[in-house]
Design a protein around this ligand. Structure first.
Ligand code: NI
Length: 392
């Protein structure tokens, strides 16, 4: 009976959800700057009679829906930030401020607002409380950390999040167990040498040659140190060095990122990378320094009960035929900070619709979503929350 109710309520709010997606699509704001977005969300939640928590020094908002019965607390999360890029979708509601909801976080906002509407209507039946987290700054890789540090998850028993995905066909969902997204750690390498005339390399220490050797040698980390069955990416994304064509460079700076699923390997990377970098530079008469920054760990759906709950919630709503498999990704998600704190589940919902010309991937300047899936996302959020609270 209740199952039908959630599905029907999602249908009832379909237009509202699409309208909200278009509204937020037009006011994209970058990580940590989601001021108007937060303001609009607070108004929206308060209009639904939902109690809100805001943060004086941070964007984003938490909504509280108190269930009719005492019980556990479940958190539903949507990220709310946009990217610094010009939109070229040609949509009538395209953003024009040089920023763009190119990752679909506008869709996440709309889906969670839809879930809020549904949950408010059935709150007397809820056997516990639901917290809605509209989270700032996901694109920064660490926006989630703030809420954990502020204790927002202290009373939470489980958390659920999902991403709308440009290469996944609408209206399918991917709610698979196991590794879904990789960890993300970034690093900076500084190589120091000694300047000399470009025609007299023997009088200097060439930081550019040392940097080139370092770039090649750190790839042996992937090919020779790492177990080939372990996905691992080591990327140098920037390199800056040298002053002039006829000066031996005395300084090179490089930045990069490391992605993996293995927590064990991840714990050893910094030290092993440093050894390769320092020793390579030293062999060439230079010095090198490594600064290593830890960002989110991997997203691994590893709680059997939540894996089952998410899958069954989707099957109850739309049937097993709408569940599909998708390869895991080497991209990252700061939702991992929440999953380190409380048991969590992370899923994907399809945005792709070739017939409607919706074919671009997330972070493309032409990315958009099949809006007809959004109410399904709302239903899944609500069903997951309802079922988690009802589970004994
Ligand atoms: Ni995203």
């Amino acid at each position: 009976m209740r199952i039908m109710v959630i599905k029907e309520l999602a249908e009832k709010y379909k237009d509202y959800i699409i309208e909200r997606r278009r509204f937020f699509h037009q006011i994209p704001e970058l990580s940590f700057e989601e001021v108007e977005t937060t303001k609009a969300l607070v108004e929206e939640l308060e209009a639904m009679g939902i109690e809100v928590q805001t943060f004086p020094d941070y964007t984003g908002v938490v909504g509280y829906i108190r269930g009719g019965k005492k019980g556990k607390t479940v958190m539903l999360r949507a990220d709310i930030d946009a990217l610094p890029m010009e939109e070229h979708t040609g949509l009538p509601f395209a953003a024009t401020n040089g920023k763009m909801h190119a990752c679909g976080h506008d869709a996440h906002i709309a889906m969670l607002l839809g879930a809020a509407k549904i949950l408010v209507e059935i709150k007397d039946q809820l056997e516990g409380d639901v917290k809605l987290l509209f989270q700032a700054a996901e694109e920064s890789c660490y926006g989630a950390k703030y809420y954990v540090e502020k204790g927002v998850l202290d009373d939470v028993d489980a958390i659920f999040g999902m991403h709308i995905w440009g290469t996944l066909e609408a209206p399918y969902m991917c709610l698979e167990p196991g590794g879904r997204m990789a960890s993300c750690d970034n690093f900076k390498i500084t190589v120091s040498g000694q300047a000399a005339h470009g025609s007299a390399p023997h009088l200097g220490k060439d930081a550019i040659v040392a940097a080139a050797a370092i770039i090649n040698n750190i790839q042996t980390f992937v090919s020779r140190v790492n177990d080939p069955l372990n996905p691992l990416v080591v990327t140098i994304g920037t390199i800056k060095g040298g002053q002039r064509f006829n000066i031996i460079a005395d300084r090179v700076e490089m930045e990069g990122t490391i992605r993996t699923y293995s927590r064990e390997l991840r714990n050893t990377i910094e030290e092993r990378l440093r050894k390769i970098i320092v020793d390579t530079a030293s062999a060439l008469g230079c010095e090198a320094e490594l600064e290593y920054y830890y960002y989110p760990g991997p997203i691994i759906n590893e709680h059997e009960d939540l894996n089952r709950l998410a899958r069954e919630a989707a099957i109850k709503l739309y049937g097993e035929e709408y569940l599909v498999s998708m390869p895991k990704l080497m991209g990252s998600e700061d939702f991992a900070y929440f999953m380190e704190k409380v048991p969590g589940f992370y899923g994907f919902i399809g945005a792709l619709n070739k017939e409607k010309g919706i074919i671009y991937s997330n972070h493309s300047d032409k990315f958009t979503v099949d809006e007809d899936v959004l109410h399904r996302g709302s239903a899944l959020y609500a069903q997951f929350a309802h079922d988690f609270l009802a589970a004994k």
